[in-house]
Structures are given as C-alpha cells and as structure tokens.
Design a protein. Structure first.
Length: 258
C-alpha cells in the first residue's frame, strides 16, 4: 500500500514538473527524482496513458501537437498577459442582463473578473475552474452543464452536456479554439467540438478569443469558419500574415495591444 502511494505521489510530482517546464529530458527526471532510467520510462508511460503529458524522444512534453492537447494546468501559464488584454477588450462587448455560454478554455478565464461589473448576468458553462471562480460572485446566475468530466481539461463533455445546451438559448457564446489556420478554427477532440458547436448554434451571437499561441500549432478537427463569429479578438503579437488573413475574412476583428 505504501509503495503504491509513493509511486502515485512521484508520478504526480513528475507531471507537475513537466507541466511547469513544458519539456524535460529523461536525464533531468532521473536527476530530479533520483530514479532509474527504466523507472522514468514507466512513469512517463503511465502519465501518457492518463493523457497528462506526451512522451517524446529523450523526454516528455506538456506542449500541444496536432493530436495532443496540453493539460489545463500548463495552458493557463501560457501567454497570461496576452489573455488578460484580450479579455479586457472582450468585456467591452458585454452588458447588463446578458446570458453567456462560456467554454473550457484558459483564454476566457480572465474575462470572469469583469463579470462583477455587470448586473443580472447569467453564465452557462461546464468548465470547473470557471464554475469555482463564478461562485465567488453571488450576483451571477450560474447554470452548470453536466456530462462526462475530464480532469485533463477540467470540464464536462458528451451527450448530457450537449443535451442541456440544446435546451438553452443564450445571447452570446464566448470561446477559444486550439488553433487557427486559413480562415478556420480547429479542436483536438470531437467531443469538444460537439459541445462548442452546440453553444454556437444555441446563441444569438458568438465571440472568439485567440492569443498568439493559437497560430503556432495545428489540430486535426475543424470546429468552424472564422466568418461564423460576430467578433474575433486577438493580441497584437499575432504575426501580420495572419492579421491580414483575418481582416479579409472576419466580420469584426479587434486587436488587443500587448
């Protein structure tokens, strides 16, 4: 029993170390945790099966790829300032009495602080960190979506989540995708697409928030075309080639200066 606990604690520590650093080598893990190369590989295999990290040559990564989305804990540390400035600009589009679908992304999280300034707001979400933050603002009416909870993404998905969304009609959906490419946004799992697509289909308007990291990666599954959104908000560090592309296709492009 004690040995099993030790292994679990060590693997949790290894996962946190990888999430903090983004990428670590096998040798670094051997030195940091005083374990053998074979033990490192066993631990990384277990963590990869749990979808917490991605095992790569000579090490492990928390960084996303076209088939691997990073853990929420890693993503919330990326481009913090850019996300805050994007959300500051996004907040100017909100007003008293709105009902808002909020997705599971870390990009939308800084927006919650601006909800305090609004009256009679209703927020609908399945994202646990968002739920916890919103419960600290008692004036907000919070609707929590059910479904299959996935710890890696800190949110719920699937049939029950989509069914609940289909029984609600909100003023606006606010979301952030995994990646952008040539007029389209993409996600890493079909279940995630089903949830976000349902939110878009059951709201009057939609807003997409994208920090510059969304333009540095590719993903398998198409979520939507950029011209389906009423507002697109990015940060000023997005490369000019993408800004030109967005200007030609987005209904309304807003750029937050960082």
């Amino acid at each position: 029993m004690g040995k099993a606990v030790d292994v679990k604690e060590r693997q949790t520590s290894i996962a946190n170390f990888i999430l903090t650093n983004g990428f670590v080598t096998v040798d670094e893990l051997m030195e940091k945790f005083a374990i053998s190369r074979m033990t490192v590989h066993r631990d990384l295999d277990d963590l990869e099966r749990a979808q917490l990290i991605q095992k790569v040559r000579n090490g492990a990564s928390a960084q996303p790829s076209n088939i691997f989305e990073s853990d929420f804990a890693y993503r919330e540390r990326v481009n913090i300032h850019e996300k805050e400035e994007i959300c500051k600009l996004a907040a100017t589009f909100l007003h008293d009495g709105m009902s808002i679908f909020l997705d599971d992304s870390t990009t939308v999280m800084p927006l919650i602080q601006y909800f305090r300034k609004l009256k009679s707001l209703t927020v609908i979400t399945a994202c646990l960190p968002a739920i916890i933050a919103i419960t600290q603002i008692p004036e907000i009416t919070l609707i929590i979506l059910g479904g299959l909870y996935k710890h890696k993404y800190r949110s719920s998905y699937g049939y029950f989540s989509v069914s609940a969304i289909n029984r609600i009609h909100a003023d606006i959906t606010i979301l952030s995708p995994h990646s952008y490419k040539t007029g389209s946004i993409f996600e890493y799992e079909q279940e995630v697409i089903s949830t976000k697509r349902a939110m878009m289909d059951n709201s009057e308007k939609s807003m997409i928030l994208m920090d510059n990291s969304k333009f540095k990666q590719t993903t398998l599954y198409l979520l939507a075309k950029i011209n389906e959104f009423d507002h697109v908000i990015i940060d000023s560090e997005v490369p000019e080639v993408y800004i030109r592309d967005l200007r030609s296709q987005a209904k309304d492009l807003q750029i937050a200066k960082v």
